[in-house]
Design a protein around this ligand. Structure first.
Ligand SMILES: Cc1cc2nc3c(=O)[nH]c(=O)nc-3n(C[C@H](O)[C@H](O)[C@H](O)COP(=O)(O)O)c2cc1C
Length: 404
């Protein structure tokens, strides 16, 4: 579970047409383990039903300051217990009221009664969004530390296309996660590789492997949630998490040349990609024809990216490798750790059920260069990512090069 697990989030929904998307946000927060208290304004109730939110959150959606026999002072209970107040979508009205502190309804009273971070996801028509008054209000909120998830461009209600559309629910959930993450990697530069490389045989065929990129993507998402500046070099860009800079690549050679540049400044490098060890010596320009017979595919070694990064490792950098093995897991991993000048290696026995390639889960042993080990039993890949980054961070902080 991520940083949302067990955290209390007041989900304020206001009367924008995008209120229906707040249902998806609510779902994502609940799925991530958060305790969600929905608060709907009168405007929101014109757009969506409170029952949907009550059912998803397993807590009655609140809609009024008054007449709640269970909670006579709902705004202070909600505000004081919250770890985050997330307003999604946020109308021009609530943005203005937050600026002026006008306590017009339960949601505004809750915003005023909390010391938790407040996150606002504006959504409105382009003309409304571009009004000087709205822009000024948003700027003031931002200056005061309110977290803003900016709207996107795209299709708006009524068929118009323009700026002002609510950010994607996945982006909003990731932003909430970031807001509640420990923040122990703030501004740290982290490079992550992910996915299996594809080495072309001809214009349409390739030699590849079963890596889905999920473990590397989980590391990138976790690092970003903890405040790091993340570069993710991946062969699976289509499923990359938000909040990271994605560099899509396909072959080992492409990944090698990107990593050579990106690793120079990185403080933590996590090489989770399954890079091909061999590639076809030649790749045909067009598609090889079946009637020409089976081609002879001669394989030649690719560049060993990890070994190269190990040789050129700048002082103070933490270099993390992965070892997917089917036999002699720990011996092979320990030998690779030493041979490639790594600080840590994440060893997984991919012959076990539910472990490694294509699965949502993984079981690993993290071997450190100082000989210590951390075992992560079969868990979500995000949990593995957390252990890897915890270990990398403590290695980074204990390195004398990194001490002032
Ligand atoms: C169909 C419809 C769609 C609306 N969509 C938006 C919107 O996307 N953003 C916005 O700021 N206001 C929108 N409004 C205007 C708000 O509903 C109105 O300002 C209302 O007073 C907001 O109330 P609330 O902030 O208490 O929910 C819309 C109104 C209607 C009738």
């Amino acid at each position: 579970m991520g940083s949302l697990s067990g955290r209390r989030i007041v989900l304020g929904v206001t009367g924008g047409i995008a209120a229906y998307k707040a249902v998806e946000v609510c779902r994502r927060l609940v799925d991530a383990g958060a305790h969600v208290s929905p608060v709907l304004t009168d405007g929101a109730l014109e757009m969506v039903g409170a029952t949907t939110f009550s059912a998803l959150a397993s807590e009655p959606a609140r809609t009024s300051l008054f007449h709640d026999p269970e909670t006579p002072i709902p705004h202070t209970v909600l505000g004081q217990n919250a770890d985050l107040v997330l307003i999604c979508p946020a109308t021009a009205r609530i943005i203005s009221d937050i600026r002026t502190g006008r306590s017009a309804d339960l949601l505004m009273a809750t915003v005023l009664a909390t010391r938790a971070p407040v996150m606002v996801c504006p959504a409105m028509h382009t003309e409304m969004w571009e009004q000087a008054s709205v822009q000024e209000n948003v700027d003031v909120l931002e200056e005061r530390g309110v977290l803003i998830v900016p709207p996107e461009s795209g299709r708006l209600a009524g068929g118009d296309i323009g700026h002002g559309r609510l950010a994607d629910p996945a982006i909003i959930a990731a932003a909430a996660e970031r807001a509640l993450a420990p923040g122990d990697l703030v501004a740290r530069r982290v490079l992550v590789t992910a996915g299996g490389t594809r080495e072309p045989i001809d214009a349409v065929r390739y030699v590849g492997n079963r890596s889905s990129g999920k473990q590397g993507h989980a590391v990138a998402a976790e690092a970003a949630a903890r405040g790091a500046d993340v570069v993710l070099v991946t062969t699976r860009a289509e499923s990359a998490p938000s909040g990271v800079r994605v560099v899509p690549v396909e072959t080992a050679a492409e990944m090698a040349s990107v990593c050579e540049i990106e690793a120079v400044d990185a403080e933590i490098v996590v090489m989770a990609a399954a890079v091909a060890d061999f590639r076809p010596a030649k790749s045909a320009d067009g598609k090889l024809k079946k009637h020409d017979g089976a081609p002879e595919v001669e394989l030649v070694p690719t560049t060993d990216i990890l070994a190269g990064l190990g040789e050129r490792k700048p002082a103070g950098q933490v270099l993390v490798g992965f070892a997917a093995e089917t036999t002699d897991l720990l011996d092979n991993a320990a030998a690779k750790l030493e041979r490639k000048n790594l600080d840590m290696i994440v060893a997984n026995d991919v012959s076990k059920l539910g472990v490694g390639f294509e699965h949502e889960t993984n079981e690993v042993i993290v071997l450190m260069a100082d000989g210590s080990r951390h075992h992560v039993p079969l868990s979500d890949k995000r949990d593995v990512a957390r252990t890897v980054l915890d270990a990398a961070r403590s290695r980074l902080e204990s390195d004398p090069t990194n001490q002032e």
